[in-house]
Design a protein around this ligand. Structure first.
Ligand SMILES: [Zn+2]
Length: 325
């Protein structure tokens, strides 16, 4: 039974940003921050080590292009002594005009052609660049060559892994991993990505795969919801506010839950949030509205036994978050 307000760890990166607002007030005095990692609070204190999570939730802030890179699948990762591979997905929070990402190659190449393109730097011209806009979702299965351009803020959900093989880094002096990269890369166009699927007015499945489901939730002002998290679950607020159990959620706040459930009381401006939990299936019961069906107040009596006005009053009361009163 776990509900935790995630802590945020900052990661300096040469391609990062000096302005993380409104997502974080962390200091950038020592240089640009590229990533915010949301972690279970126990992991910050050695004495209170919490179990590692299968998923890793991050925000990325880019002012320069990231390296062109690829991640291994589980089989390759294990063959070189790593715990697992890395499949990831991005949700674009904001993007300057013309911002772009690269996913896959523009057309199939042989391993020799890929190697030549890495050697002479033309790899940056043969990856498939596409413009991105807020709300776009990009699925990056292991083996997909990819890069993130400048001027983007995005949320990344991924298998918890550091296994990144860089093919090209625009002359920055970071290590490349060309042999491993060529060994794991699919040297061709990206896999077709299934479109987002709307489950209800409040829930849209952005992507679901063997490793994780990523949903966008749009909760109406003043509504009350039950979040059910049988397995590890992350909720990250993007817009608006809410109260989740004893935790106040504002943009950039994340909560971790496992084998637990929590009530979400949505603030006056609604709540847009991302919800992530292990795949391979969507959990229809992950989020259910309270109050709308009268579950919390009317269930003790047959609804038909209540005068219509009283029933409405009871529902209204149950939909008004206590902390707003
Ligand atoms: Zn990556």
């Amino acid at each position: 039974m776990t509900i935790e307000h995630a802590i945020v760890r900052t990661k300096p990166k040469p391609w990062g940003s000096l302005d993380l607002r409104p997502w974080s007030l962390a200091s950038t005095r020592d240089g640009p921050i590229g990533e915010l990692w949301f972690e279970r609070p126990g992991l910050a204190a050695p004495n209170l080590a919490a179990p590692k999570t299968a998923l890793l939730l991050k925000m990325l802030f880019t002012t320069e292009p990231l390296s062109i890179q690829v991640h291994p699948d589980d089989a390759f990762a294990r063959s070189i002594g790593l715990a697992n591979g890395k499949t990831e997905a991005w949700y674009i929070v904001s993007a300057i005009p013309g911002a772009k990402v690269a996913v896959g190659l523009n057309y199939p190449r042989s391993a020799a052609e890929l190697r030549a393109a890495v050697t002479d730097g033309s790899i940056a011209d043969i990856v498939h660049w596409q413009p991105v806009h807020p709300g776009d979702v990009i699925f990056i299965p292991a083996g997909t060559i990819h890069a993130i351009g400048a001027g983007i803020v995005l949320v990344e959900i991924q298998q918890h892994s550091d296994a990144t093989f860089r093919l090209f880094d625009y002359g920055r002096e970071r290590q490349l991993h060309i042999e491993n990269a060529i060994a794991v890369a699919t040297a061709g166009p990206r896999e077709i990505q299934l479109p987002a699927e709307r489950l209800s007015g409040a829930r849209t499945v952005l992507t679901v795969n063997s490793y994780f489901a990523l949903e966008q939730t749009d909760l109406a002002p003043g509504s009350v919801w039950m979040l059910d998290a049988p397995k590890e679950t992350w909720l990250l607020a993007i817009e608006g506010h809410a109260q989740l159990g004893s935790t106040r959620l504002a943009p950039g706040d994340a909560v971790f839950l496992e084998a637990d459930h929590a009530e979400i009381e949505v603030g006056a401006n609604g709540l847009k949030a991302l919800l992530a939990y292990p795949g391979p299936k969507v959990n229809p019961a992950a989020l259910t509205e309270r109050g709308a069906a009268g579950a919390s107040c009317v269930s003790h009596a047959s609804p038909s036994a209540l005068p219509a006005g009283l029933e409405t009053a009871a529902l209204k009361q149950s939909e008004t978050p206590n902390w707003l009163l």
